[in-house]
Design a binder for this molecule. Sequence first.
Ligand SMILES: Nc1ncnc2c1ncn2[C@@H]1O[C@H](COP(=O)(O)OP(=O)(O)OP(=O)(O)O)[C@@H](O)[C@H]1O
Ligand SMILES: [Mg+2]
Length: 500
Amino acid sequence: MSTWRDRIPTIGSIDLPPDPRALDGLGRNHSLETAIADLVDNSIDAGASHVLIRLVRVEGRLRALYVVDNGHGMPESRIDSAMTIGGQRAYSSNDLGKFGLGLKAASFSQARSLTVISQALGSTAVGRRWLLDENREGFLCDIIPTDFATDEFERQWRIDGMDTGTVIRWDNVTGFPATDNPARVEDFISRTANALQNHLGLVFHRIIDAGKISIEIDVEDIEAGAPGPRIPVTALNPFGYVRSGRAGYPKELSARLGDTDLRFRCHIWTGRSTLPQFKLPGGAEARQGIYFYRRDRLLQAGEGWHGIHASDRRLQLARVEVEIDDDIVRLFAMNPEKSKVNVGPEFTQLAEQAKADDGTTFHDYLEVAEHTFRESRKRSTERRKMAPLGKGIAPELRKAIEREIPFDMESEPIDIRWKRFSSDDFFEIDREQRSLWLNEKYRPPTRGERRSVNDAPLLKALLYLVAEELFRGEYLGARDKDNVELYQEILTAAAKSEQI
Ligand SMILES: Nc1ncnc2c1ncn2[C@@H]1O[C@H](COP(=O)(O)OP(=O)(O)OP(=O)(O)O)[C@@H](O)[C@H]1O
Ligand SMILES: [Mg+2]
């Protein structure tokens, strides 16, 4: 029998500070976008209303990246703990911060040098810098002189209310192209701006939509004198469909956990949507599943069902919102990069027990989502083709119609336009010219703006649906002629009565 000693004996202690190289290992799961999202978290926690992400170009080459906010900033007494790895503070119930790591891990995952300049109310600007340097001994953080800190803080950020705020600067960014080749640099800038718009627009969509923060991106070419145009980050709401894909949805399923509830808000998208918030980076199919939110910040966007079900092409219309509030936080673990959530074994069990008020289970929901997907496929192939639309229709409307109706590309497009008539008729079918003419006399007045040929979208869409078949075939048949009469009578009467 082996012996077991419960207490482990010791004979003293030695101080073993971590090797500074340990910093290199921080934030290995970050990409440029997730790293910047971590800095934006801090800006939001600091109560900022504006965040600017700026790329700086010197002699054609990208040299630095800034993330600047107009939050409450940090006085001298706070900035050291902010620079400390694992330097946690007292967090309030709304704070996105948790580990005391974000700033450092995000920065060192992307850059060899992190400078933080901050100005709090009633203080002068203060600054610190961490440099990842092979020869560095110990954890010595550099102090920035006041005049440089002030100059940096007062650069041309074009942000309102910058009397307080924080400037984060990264130098030696590892992902920047090591060239001044204009084509390559421009390409990198546009890809980066795009990736940032997508990721930040998605992660912070609730916070942006609530009007709490505006995030912008710009490029400053030092030789050009002034920063370039600012690109706004717009909210990308993964639940932002125009109409639910299924009546009765979204449905809220909930399962009891001790004395709290775990809630699943189950949505079904409409099939074949071409909206960017449906497609999302990576594609809709990869974005099915659970969307975890913590304090209105999206932690994980779809990417599967966490053991509830396997991902399946036919489940691509199914997306579920789950709020990780403090009561149920023990069911989950988020990674320090705040880009992934791992669920514990209880989570799957709770999902299996979850029910809506009307008795719908998770299984029922997935079945309905799959059915909706299959139906939408079937419908689009079964629908009769119609002549495409020509002039007089706004491009967005044409796209919306095209999503629903397969256009017959053999057929000439139909224009829907206004002109002066010698009669009181409401419309005229001109098959030769492929035009559906509308009587200018009944044209709805504009509200101040200039008249557009693409006006009256509702009227034109309805007429297209009703009258498109009158443009088919060689001749108008007797029934078609009768229909023209019928529509003419009714629409003219209706238009006249609107004029009174
Ligand atoms: N933009 C900022 N404005 C004001 N204070 C900031 C800013 N960025 C960082 N800080 C301060 O620095 C501290 C450390 O930031 P860091 O991101 O490293 O950790 P955290 O936000 O506390 O936790 P987490 O690791 O979860 O992000 C913050 O708690 C905050 O007090
Ligand atoms: Mg943080």
